[in-house]
Every structure is written in structure tokens, then in C-alpha cells.
Design a binder for this molecule. Structure first.
Ligand SMILES: [Zn+2]
Length: 1013
């Protein structure tokens, strides 16, 4: 799956997750230790994320609802008991005194004693009865309690024992083949289904347990005999109970007929709609199953390791088409006038990759290496399909050659779905996309095309990584996502070099380092059990860190050896499931053990800080965990096998200049042939670590780039800037040192270092702006002064190179937001020309957002833009318009957008994260955005599941700019008050950690900044 960042469509799209059990014992863990920032004492103890999981060695959901009710009632009773006693006392005393003073007789001591005794007895009996489990007084008695750690089985809603007690399915029944017939009714928004599953028995059993969620199952048979079905809804499982054993080695067929509603959310078999050019609402039905939603469309064994073949048939009305993973075999006309499409039997695959669509789409196609590649969209957008088709054809050819295994299906469909939450989903043979991630018009900018091409590249890579070879369980999701992300950059660089994807990959690695520096991060390969934890695996660590460490390995091994390892892995495990070790073992273990090295990167969270010192020819390197600590006294540990690839002044810009040292220990020393003035480690930032050169080392590097910036590659210059800011957050360098280094930027002209510096400085600016600190204007002047020449030299016309477009977009966005006159004046001029042309004048795609953002600041401009938004059919333009509309200083308009989007009126609900993100970039919108999230939390989580990357984005973008104790408490109190599982989400802990770190940064740097700026 390709998540879609709420940010700009032009950046790679990412998200977040959860560390659970594997924190190193000596590392501070927010989940376990009290935070250093002061909170109310009652609030300081974080509930260990794993505590409820470990209650009985079962999953978090194991505690069934009755038990939870019981537990919370007991807690409530205790509280009300205390409240009552404490509240009664003060209020009772004055009244009793008054009564005393009147004429009532005083009871005798004996009467008082008797009454007290009776009350105590009654209260005790009542409490005993209350605290006894409900089952004590029933005929059935109690099931065993957990003191003996024996299995505890949950109860179904009908009060029967459910015969299975784990969130994971038993492994004694293996599905082999599914025969699935579906009839979605696009008028009633319901569907009927019939599934026959051929299963193979691995151990004798009388019970079959599988997944089902929200399906009304009317009939169940095994080998044509009716069987009893039990359902345990919290785990989305059903159990079929048989009177006789199913025998080991035998195959059986279980059949189920069911009905369900087409979902209103973005998962399962869901309905979607759009307005066509004539203003008529058109409906369609599509699927999104990854990770856990195939069970919402048909009963199935919904875990990635249960691979099977699928034969799918779909009933539809004339006027629609249906699509599924495989090519269509035949269409039958049914007596009731409906048509029934039957698709070929699929290859062996996991349930989350099954897909089907019923819609009135149109398509273009082309054949490449015996595979028919088609791109589908709604009929009005038929002109926007060609770029996707051309890119898909080139990329498919590339992958066929690169992996040495040909794409195994005869057809490959790429379909743009009008209402789609992720960026795209890699369903085998039927890849679904958000429209903005697949459609590009003739006028789309290269930056927009870069998004389209890279999302296609990512999803095509999944056809091998994920579909052909699949992770055993979601803990190794990175095997899918890290690889697809890495391959996305590699393939686009090779096949579509005009898209200049390299800079984007570097920015992605910087972002990933920043996320992984938090204590709330988690190992790449992390244990997961509950549905929420599975959702949370779709995050920056799985995607971006996963891709980054693969690049690091490839840089060490050489690209050719890396490719060889990858193809061996795919060949060996095709159609199977794998884990971490299977991958590492496929690489040549010549000089260094790849297994040992890579385990240090995937099994522990975070990354190292490498500190370098040299005198003459003698070099000393050491490593420690780069951890942004809220608690300064916390000790962190960790040791990585770090491929240190370095250059020095004698030769520094070509890969031929590089030297390699694998640092496995805490420290190491080595000798250089001749003494050098400076060294640069982590060539092109291809390794996943940060380097500190000490005061003298930084000075030497600063002098070197000031003298001649080209002594280092642009990526290395950007890497130095990134590392300096990171070190300043760690307190290893002062902000003054950062500013001294940045002075060289006056002579910089390459996009990568400039964008990195601008991004880092603007981050600080936005924090200060939200605090309304007096420093804001000083910092703004400093930033504008540093970049003024290059800002003013930007053109407002067509720009052909992607890197130039990226730089221009970044510079002008900041300049106009800061109110730089030259920028706002030009943007307004372009906006007014666009309005005068009735929206027909083409604005270059990379500056469209900044032009619209300036235009949207007036009421009239906003209205014109909103009107254009509702009528535009170019999706990449629409997202830029929406981001601009959300940047309005008029909060009523921003709130209107948020409300509209939440209810899917005028603005699709899928865009809510983008609107929130854009609103939070400005002072006016940011507080309202957070309030909106709080007030509408329930509705938001109905649309976007807890743990999903959309929710992660929403939380991070609405809270990450806070930097005060008040906000910290506010955020924590809100999430703690929720009855759902939100507080357990990693991104909530990340949000609190980020606020605390922001506060800490302010404490340390604010005074220095006042002095230095
Ligand atoms: Zn993916």
C-alpha cells in the first residue's frame, strides 16, 4: 500500500507505529517511565502499552466486553463510594447540628451500635455480591479464572463459549481455494455473497475458526451438511463446530451464504460516488482489504500466510463493468437480466490482495511482454490516463528484467478510484489508486508526474515484494513496504531520469531519521498482535527507514551484488511467506555477515550518532544511540554495525574516492595515509546515521564549503546541514554554530541543501509563530535575508527541470507565507490573471499552491477558488486548491471546509487530513484545527480507523507545533479521556514526546536565539 501524505502531493507519502515489547531495558521508554516534563502526578505514570496484553498472555482485545464493564464498574463503584463518603460528611454535619439543636431525641448508644453493625453487615454482603463475578450465582458457574494461566475462552453474544482464544487463527486448517460469488446492489448499497472454501486439514479437528466481520451469515455447510456457527465479534472471528473430526490430510469444502452493507468507510467492500460533468451522481463499489478488511467482504482466513487461489464471479447491471485480480473468463446473461462476470482462477495469494470493482469506468491499454496493461478512470477523465500508461509500461519492463522473474499475470489494471484513502493499493493485477496519484493531464507539471510515476513504481514493485513473496505476519510489514519504497526510487531513477527523483529520496531519509530519533519509535521488525497495532505498522519506520537501510546495504555491497541477493530471495521464496532472516540470508555473506549487520538495524529501534575526531593521520570514531531525550538523565544504549563510508579533501565527490570501515564496536581507530584538513563521513547520506565532527571538525568543513562548495556533492552538503540541525536538537552544537555554517548558503544554488536548510529553519519559525514569540520577526528577517537573492531570482513562468521546480516551490511557499512583498505581489498578479481568464490560464504546477494561497487570503479570492475547486476535474490541481483554501486566515472559512469534508459535502472526506495539515501551517487555523479534531473525534475515527496512517497524520499535524506545558497537558488529557484505544496509539505518544521536546528546545535555545539573531 502507498499511504498518501497530507502534506504536499509532491512529497513521498508516509506515516507511523508502535514499539511494544522490544524496548531495550536500559533505554528510557515513555511507555514505561514517567516523563521528565512535569505533569500532574496522577497523570505521570504511563500505562505500559503492553500491560493489558500481558494480562493473560493474550491480545489486548482478549478482555471481553463483560470483563471490561466489570472492571470499570468496580472502579466506578470505588470512586462513587469514596465520593459519597467524603461528600456526605461535610454536608451532613451542619444539618445534623441543626437537627440536634431542635427537638429530636438522641438514639441510645446501643441502638447506634446495632444500627452500625447491621449497616456494616449489609454493606459487606452487598460488596461481596458485587465483587463476585457475575457467573457465581448462575447455573453454569464460572469459567476458570486466570490465576492458573490456563486458556480462557471468550463468550459469544449468545452466551456460548467461543472455542478459540487468540487473535491469530489456529494453523490446523489451511485454505486452498476460494470460490466467491458476489452481487453488489448499487441502489440499496448492500451485497449478497456466497463463498465456498476448500480447506486442507493439517491436524484432526472438530472446529474451524476463520475471520468474518459485519457479515450476516445465513447458511453454513461443511461437505453440504449444515453446521453450527459461533461468532465472537470483538476478534472478528467465527467458529464452525462439527460433530465429527475432520481428518488430517483430507480436503473439505465449507460453504457460506451471507449479506452485508456496502461500507461507508474506506475499507472492506465499500461504496463510493462522484459527480460527472453533467452533475449526475454516479455510484460504484470498490475494495480495500489491506491489512484486515477482506473479512468484511467474505468469510476467510484473513492472515497473510494463508495463501490460496481464488475464483471470483460478480453479478452486475448492464452499464457497469466489473474488474478483479485476474482476466475475465466469460460473461453470462442471467434470467433476471443481470450479467455475471467470471474471472480466471487466481495465482496463489494472500487475502489482503484480493480485489474487485463494479463501476462505469473507461480505459486505455497497451501490451508489454505479454501482459495487457490498462489504466481505468471515470469517463470524464479519459484524457488523463496516458502518462500513467506510459510510465507503467516502462516500469513493468524494468522490473521484469531487474528481478529476472516475469510478472506472472496476463493483465495488469491500474484504476483511479474517486474516493480512496491511501495513495494506492497493490492488489495483484488490479492496483487501485487515489485519482491524484494516477491521473496526470497534458499540462501537469513534472513534479505532479513524479508523484504519479513513483506511486506506480511503488505498487508495481509490490507485485514481487508483497504479492509474489509475502511477509509471514504484519510484524515484518517492512519487507513489503521498505522494499517497495526503495525500489520506487531506484526504478524511477533508472527509467524516468527526467523526474530527478534522487533529491526526493534524500529528503525522505532526512524525515525518517527525525522520526526514528524519538523514543516513541520502534524497531523495523516489531511484534504486533491487535488490529490497531497492525494498522500502526503502516508508518515511516516500515516505509522510509525500511527503504533507507536497504540503500545503506546496497551502498556497502554494490548495487549489482544487492540485486543478485534480491533476485535470489524472490526466486527461492516465490509464492511463499518469509521473515527478516530469510531476506538477509539471501545476500552474499562474504567479508561481512549481512545477517549480523542488518539485525542491528531491524531488531532495535533508533539509529547511531557517530562521533569523529582526528589529529594528523590518526582518526578515532565512536558510536552511541542518537536519541532525543525528554529526560536528560535517561541512559540509552545500542550498538550498530555501521558501514562508515567516508571521503576527505584529497578526493571527495566521486564514489571512487570513498573508503569503507565497518564499525561494529563502540569505538575504533584507524590511520590515514596522509594528514587531512577535513573528512566527510556518510557519503551522500546513504547510511542511516548522523555524524558529529566536534567543534574543530565542523569548523574545518564549514571553511571548506565556504571556500568552494563543490568540494562536496550537493547531497553531502545537505547531509551536513541536516546533521547540524539534528545535533543542535541534541544539544551537541549551539545554534550559533549552525548559523555560522549556514552562512555559506549565500553561494549555494543546488536545490537539496537549500531546501533542507529552509525546511529546518521554517520548522523553528513555525514553532515560534505559534507561541507568538517576539523573536518571530527577527527569525523571519534572518531567513529572508539568507535566501533573499535566490527568492528574488525565481521566475513565475514555466520551469522545465524538476529540481528547479522543487526549489522554487519551497522558496516561494515560505517567502509568501512570511509576507515577503516581492513574492506576494507576484503571486497576486498571477492569481488575478488566472481569475480574469476564468481559470483557463495555466499556472505552472509547482507554484500553483503558492499562487492560490495568496489569492485565497481575500474573501472574494477564496470564493472564486472554491468555485473552481468544485468544478475542476484535474485532481492534482484540486489538492493544491484545497490546501490553499485551508490556508485562509479567516477561520470561519477553514471551519466550513473541515465540516464539509467530514460530512463529504463538496469536499471528499479523504481530504480531511490535507485540510487539517494545511490549516495548521498557519497561526489562524492551527488552534481551530486541534479543537475540531477533539470535538469530532468519534466521527473522524469512524471514517479513519484508529492506528491508520490517516489518523496518525491527523494527530501529528494538529499537535506537532505545540510547545507549551498547557498544550502538552491538553493533548494528554484529551487522549486519556477517550474510551477507545486512542491513547495506546504510538502516534499519540509521539505527539506528546514531540511537544515535550519542543518545550525543551525552547528552554535551551530561546535566550541564545534572542542574543544571536
Ligand atoms: Zn506499499
Amino acid at each position: 500500500m502507498e499511504p498518501f501524505e497530507s502534506d504536499q502531493a509532491s512529497l513521498p507519502r508516509n506515516m507511523i507505529e508502535n514499539s511494544m515489547f522490544e524496548e531495550e531495558p536500559d533505554v528510557l521508554d515513555l511507555a514505561k517511565e514517567a516523563p521528565a516534563y512535569s505533569l500532574d502526578p496522577d497523570d505521570t505514570v504511563y500505562e505500559p502499552r503492553s500491560s493489558r496484553l500481558l494480562v493473560r498472555g493474550l491480545g489486548e482485545n482478549d478482555m471481553d466486553e463483560e470483563e471490561e464493564d466489570y472492571e470499570s464498574s468496580a472502579r466506578l463503584l470505588g470512586m462513587s463510594f469514596m465520593n459519597r463518603s467524603s461528600s456526605l460528611r461535610p454536608s451532613a454535619s451542619p444539618y445534623s447540628r441543626q437537627e440536634h439543636s431542635s427537638s429530636c431525641s438522641v438514639p441510645s448508644t446501643r441502638t447506634v451500635l446495632v444500627v452500625v453493625f447491621v449497616l456494616v453487615v449489609v454493606a459487606s454482603v452487598a460488596m461481596v455480591i458485587y465483587f463476585l463475578p457475575k457467573c457465581t450465582l448462575t447455573k453454569e458457574g464460572c469459567h476458570k479464572v486466570n490465576t492458573t494461566m490456563e486458556y480462557i475462552y471468550p463468550l459469544t453474544t449468545t452466551g456460548e463459549l467461543f472455542p478459540w482464544n487468540s487473535l491469530r487463527l489456529p494453523s490446523n486448517v489451511q485454505p486452498v481455494h476460494y470460490d466467491l460469488l458476489l452481487h453488489p446492489n448499487l441502489t440499496t448499497m448492500t451485497f449478497q455473497g456466497k463463498v465456498s472454501i476448500t480447506i486442507e486439514i493439517l491436524n484432526d479437528t472438530k472446529t474451524i475458526v476463520l475471520h468474518s466481520s459485519g457479515l450476516q451469515i445465513r447458511k453454513v455447510t461443511v461437505q453440504d451438511k449444515d453446521v453450527k456457527k459461533l461468532e465472537y465479534e470483538p476478534w472478528q472471528q467465527i467458529a464452525l463446530k462439527l460433530s465429527e473430526d475432520l481428518k488430517k490430510g483430507q480436503k473439505y469444502v465449507l460453504m457460506m451464504e451471507y449479506t452485508a452493507n456496502l461500507s461507508n468507510s474506506y475499507s472492506g467492500f465499500y461504496n463510493s460516488s462522484y459527480l460527472d460533468k453533467g452533475g449526475t451522481r454516479r455510484v460504484l463499489a470498490a475494495t480495500q482489504f489491506e491489512p484486515l478488511s477482506a473479512r468484511k467482504a467474505f468469510p476467510c482466513f484473513d492472515e497473510p500466510a494463508f495463501k490460496a487461489k481464488f475464483l471470483i464471479r460478480i453479478k452486475r447491471e448492464d452499464g457497469y463493468i466489473s474488474l478483479s485480480n485476474m482476466p475475465k473468463n466469460q460473461t453470462l446473461e442471467l434470467p433476471d437480466g443481470l450479467l455475471q462476470d467470471e474471472f480466471e482462477e487466481s495465482v496463489k495469494m494472500s487475502t489482503y490482495l484480493v480485489a474487485f470493482i463494479v463501476a462505469n469506468f473507461t480505459q486505455v491499454n497497451q501490451t508489454v511482454s505479454d501482459t495487457l496493461v490498462s489504466v481505468y478512470a471515470v469517463p470524464d477523465k479519459v484524457d488523463h490516463l496516458d502518462y500513467a500508461l506510459q510510465s507503467a509500461v516502462k516500469l513493468l519492463e524494468f522490473y521484469n528484467n531487474f528481478f529476472g522473474i516475469k510478472f506472472p499475470l496476463k493483465k495488469l489494471d491500474l484504476v483511479a478510484i474517486p474516493d480512496f484513502l491511501a495513495g494506492a493499493m497493490e492488489n495483484w493485477g488490479l492496483i487501485t489508486f487515489r485519482e491524484a496519484a494516477l491521473l496526470a493531464g497534458n499540462h501537469s507539471s513534472l513534479m505532479d508526474k513524479q508523484v504519479v510515476a513513483s506511486v506506480i513504481a511503488h505498487e508495481l514493485a509490490h507485485q514481487w515484494f508483497g504479492n509474489l513473496v509475502t511477509m509471514k505476519w504484519w510484524n515484518d510489514l517492512w519487507l513489503n513496504e521498505g522494499f517497495a519504497t526503495y525500489m520506487e526510487y531506484l526504478s524511477v531513477e533508472k527509467v524516468l531520469s527526467e523526474l530527478d527523483i534522487t533529491n526526493d529520496f534524500l529528503s525522505m531519509r532526512f524525515r525518517s531519521l527525525a522520526k526514528d530519533a524519538l523514543n516513541s519509535s520502534h524497531p523495523v521488525s516489531a511484534e504486533v498482535t491487535t488490529p490497531e497495532q497492525v494498522e500502526e505498522m503502516f508508518d515511516s519506520v516500515s516505509y522510509e527507514k525500511g527503504a533507507s537501510i536497504l540503500l545503506m546495504l546496497s551502498s556497502m555491497l554494490t548495487e549489482e551484488k544487492f540485486r543478485k541477493g534480491v533476485t535470489e530471495y524472490l526466486e527461492k521464496y516465490k509464492n511463499l511467506n518469509t521473515d527478516n532472516e530469510d531476506l538477509w540470508n539471501s545476500f552474499p555473506q562474504e567479508e561481512h555477515s549481512v545477517v549480523d549487520m542488518m539485525n542491528t538495524w531491524t531488531l532495535q529501534k533508533g539509529f547511531p550518532l557517530v562521533t569523529v575526531h582526528w589529529t594528523d593521520t590518526h582518526v578515532n570514531v565512536s558510536q552511541e544511540h542518537f536519541l532525543l531525550k525528554v529526560n536528560k538523565t535517561a541512559i540509552s544504549s545500542g550498538l550498530w554495525h555501521i558501514p562508515l563510508i567516508y571521503v576527505n579533501e584529497s578526493c571527495s565527490t566521486s564514489p571512487n574516492c570513498t573508503q569503507l570501515l565497518l564499525l561494529k564496536d563502540k569505538t575504533a581507530t584507524f590511520e590515514l595515509p596522509t594528514s587531512v584538513k577535513w573528512m566527510k563521513f556518510n557519503f551522500k547520506n546513504n547510511g542511516f546515521y548522523i555524524v558529529h565532527y566536534g567543534e574543530e571538525g565542523w569548523k574545518a568543513l564549514s571553511n571548506a564549503v565556504t571556500e568552494n562548495r563543490d568540494v562536496l556533492t550537493p547531497a553531502d552538503r545537505a547531509s551536513l546541514i541536516n546533521n547540524l540541525f539534528a545535533l543542535s536538537r541534541l544539544g551537541k552544537v549551539t545554534f550559533k554554530q549552525v548559523m555560522n555554517f549556514l552562512a555559506y548558503l549565500k553561494s549555494e544554488n543546488h536545490c537539496t541543501p537549500l531546501i533542507e536548510a529552509l525546511h529546518q529553519l521554517d520548522h523553528i519559525y513555525r514553532l515560534l509563530e505559534k507561541r507568538q514569540d517576539r523573536l518571530v520577526s527577527k527569525l523571519k528577517n534572518y531567513i529572508l535575508n539568507l535566501f533573499e537573492d535566490i527568492i528574488d531570482s525565481q521566475s513565475w513562468d514555466q520551469e522545465l527541470k524538476v529540481s528547479k521546480q522543487e526549489l522554487r516551490a519551497a522558496l516561494l511557499e515560505v517567502a509568501c507565507r512570511y509576507g515577503h512583498q516581492n513574492c506576494t505581489k507576484n503571486a497576486m498578479r498571477v492569481f488575478q490573471q488566472w481569475v480574469a481568464s476564468n481559470g483557463t490560464q495555466r499556472i505552472p504546477g509547482d507554484i500553483m499552491k503558492v499562487v492560490f494561497s495568496v489569492g485565497a487570503q481575500t474573501g472574494a479570492g477564496w470564493d472564486v477558488l472554491f468555485e473552481a475547486y468544485t468544478h475542476s476535474v484535474v485532481d492534482t490541481d484540486r489538492r493544491k486548491m484545497l490546501a490553499a483554501l485551508a490556508s485562509s486566515q479567516d477561520v470561519r472559512r477553514v471551519l466550513r471546509l473541515l465540516q464539509d469534508s467530514l460530512h463529504g459535502i463538496n469536499v471528499q472526506t479523504q481530504e480531511l487530513p490535507l485540510i487539517l495539515y494545511s490549516a495548521c501551517r498557519n497561526f489562524a487555523g492551527h488552534l481551530y484545527a486541534w479543537d475540531f479534531v477533539k470535538e469530532n473525534w468519534e466521527q473522524i475515527t469512524q471514517k479513519f480507523p484508529i492506528g491508520s496512517f490517516a489518523i496518525q497524520n491527523i494527530i501529528v499535524s494538529t499537535t506537532s507545533h505545540f510547545s507549551t506545558q498547557w498544550h502538552l497537558l491538553e493533548v494528554e488529557t484529551f487522549f486519556r479521556s477517550l474510551k477507545d484505544k486512542s491513547f495506546d496509539m504510538r502516534c499519540v505518544h509521539e505527539a506528546m514526546e514531540t511537544i515535550a521536546l519542543n518545550m525543551q528546545w525552547m528552554e535551551i535555545n530561546l535566550e541564545a536565539l534572542r542574543h544571536d539573531l
